[in-house]
Design a protein around this ligand. Structure first.
Ligand SMILES: Nc1ncnc2c1ncn2[C@@H]1O[C@H](COP(=O)(O)OP(=O)(O)OP(=O)(O)O)[C@@H](O)[C@H]1O
Ligand SMILES: [Mg+2]
Length: 528
């Protein structure tokens, strides 16, 4: 008597053809399991192989949660995942739970003769045999159970079939072990990542931005207000006033803080490279584009992109940027697919963008797009009262970097407060670092500050009094006819910490021109 569902032409009605079919099935099971680490998916495919190749019907795999007693059904052949989602077994409970507890296989001739059987699934055929094997990793307690019913009408050979099921259980055990290992690894990495993130968030909190003057308090207020929203922010201020620091604070105090914060200095790259940095490129888009590459906008998806020195981009590039800011859409270079991203834009500039707009150097529409929420950082000479706190903070920071104790005398602070700091906080930091390096006992006093050279440039110490209208910029007069070209370029580079794009601005040159001068004047570029 053959019921209709088993007469599928597989034709193993004796021991030999059964073993042959099982071998083929084992081969396929191995292949299926190595395909992916998604157990839900692979186990389902394994059970399908058992059913189709060897007539082991209604296959079921249940696995213990790692470290727990409870077992969840992962897959049942012929049942939709929704129907099994809720079914669980406790160790020691019914046939399946008993196998989990004592690790012994179960061979039952007819299911309805087994009083222990719970049939939680309500799915098994009570007139058929039932085979179940523990899934065991090494010498540990079983991690799960695999069970199935041999189809009616075939050769039963229950012990042979149980042996086969055991081999399948072994293969599954290897996959489970691997998948748990990968899960653990992932968990460790995620924990590490979260800890690093917290550390980063900590170092970009407001605690690390020093300032109690009214001008700075206003900045803090604006940052904490604007952080909550997705508004585009334009950070304005002279070089070294802390624009990047504020950009970090905005991101790490925003709801996007768990997502990427991607920075790009727009002054550092020519148009074509800038475009491929920001938008990415497809393989073969241009010579050297060997692989497809994601741009910074894609990397920043869900998070924030910081476009530093936004005032430096060419009109051609301004048009390209405008589209992303307006639509959130772009294509990779050489690509046809339009990509859409959710990115919050924070930009910074030390340029007078209004004037640039007037002179036709900066697109007006882009200016309005960016200037939604401007934050102005005061220059240091506008907040002299912050110098004592800032100096103390920076000296601490330098002491940590140098791994020694440093102190700053009151007389030193008084000298620092008399200087006008054209390079703002960055210049103050550099000056203190130089002073620290030069004083072997670690006590930075007025004399140590003097050795850094700033004393020559103190207010009142130079011939023209500067206190009424503090200089906007240089401590060095770049139009000084006494200076030769080489000295001028070096002085500009020194003042800008050897950032060529900035030095070029001081000298009213393009980045390309200064690069050319550096080369022809044989200036050795310092790495800082
Ligand atoms: N209020 C502040 N409190 C503590 N440190 C500060 C503060 N402002 C700036 N700094 C420090 O000064 C240095 C320069 O700051 P930052 O790089 O943010 O300036 P910037 O405005 O981006 O300059 P640039 O226009 O030259 O790029 C950094 O080391 C920063 O940590
Ligand atoms: Mg900066």
């Amino acid at each position: 008597m053959h019921s209709s569902n088993i007469n599928d032409g597989l034709g193993f009605f004796d021991r030999e053809s059964l073993i042959e079919a099982e071998l083929e099935a084992l081969f396929q099971v191995g292949r299926v399991l190595s395909r992916s680490l998604n157990l839900h998916e692979t186990l389902k495919a394994v059970l399908e192989v058992l059913n189709d190749q060897t007539g082991m019907e209604r296959g079921m795999v249940a696995l213990r949660d790692e470290g727990g007693d409870m077992m969840h059904i992962k897959a049942v052949h012929g049942l939709a995942p929704e129907m099994i989602a809720e079914v669980t077994y406790q160790a020691g409970e019914g046939i399946i739970g008993t196998i989990l507890e004592d690790g012994q296989p179960m061979i039952i001739d007819r299911l309805d003769q087994e009083p222990e059987f719970l049939d939680r699934l309500g799915y098994y055929d009570p007139t058929l045999p039932f085979l179940a094997e523990p899934i065991i990793i090494g010498k540990l307690d079983p991690v799960g159970v695999i069970a199935a019913q041999p189809a009616a009408g075939r050769v039963m050979l229950l012990h042979e079939r149980a042996r086969f099921l055991k081999m399948v259980a072994n293969l599954i055990a290897q996959s489970v072990r691997l998948s748990w290992e990968v899960e653990n690894e992932k968990r460790t990495l995620t924990n590490e990542r979260d800890q690093l993130r917290q550390a980063v968030q900590g170092s970009y909190g407001f605690d690390n931005i020093v300032g109690h003057t009214q001008a700075m308090r206003r900045v803090f207020d604006q940052v904490s207000q604007v952080s909550k929203w997705n508004t585009t922010v334009l950070i304005r201020g002279e070089s070294g006033t802390g624009k990047e620091l504020i950009a970090n604070a905005i991101h790490y105090n925003s709801p996007r803080s768990g997502d990427p914060f991607i920075k790009l200095n727009c002054a550092a790259l020519p148009d074509n490279l800038l475009e491929s940095e920001l938008f990415g490129h497809e393989k073969g888009a241009f010579t050297g584009a060997v692989n497809q590459r994601k741009g910074r906008f894609e990397q920043a998806d869900g998070g924030t992109i910081f476009l530093d020195e936004i005032g430096e981009i060419t009109p051609a590039f301004q048009a390209k940027l405008l589209r992303v800011l307006q639509e959130g859409e772009f294509e990779r270079i050489g690509g046809t697919k339009t990509l859409k991203v959710d990115v919050r834009v924070v930009a910074a500039t030390n340029k007078n963008l209004e004037q640039e707009v007037e002179e036709g150097e900066f697109r007006e529409d882009l200016y309005y797009r960016l200037n939604v929420m401007p934050i102005y950082l005061p220059s240091l000479h506008e907040r002299v009262e912050d110098i004592p706190d800032l100096s103390a903070y920076l000296v601490d920071k330098i002491a940590r970097q140098q791994g020694r104790k440093l102190t700053l005398s009151d007389s030193a602070v008084r000298v620092l407060m008399r200087y006008n700091w054209p390079g703002n906080v960055r210049e103050l930091e550099n000056c203190l670092e130089r002073a620290a390096v030069m004083c072997s006992d670690g006590n930075i006093d007025a004399q140590a500050i003097g050795l850094t050279g700033i004393e020559d440039k103190l207010y009142g110490a130079t011939s023209a009094p500067k206190s009424a209208a503090p200089r906007k910029r240089a401590a060095v007069d770049f139009d000084d006819p006494e200076m030769d070209e080489r000295e001028r370029v070096i002085a500009a580079l020194e003042q800008t910490g050897w950032v060529q794009a900035k030095a070029a601005r001081l000298l009213n040159m393009t980045p390309r021109q200064i690069a050319y001068r550096i080369q022809t004047l044989n200036i050795k570029v310092q790495k800082i």
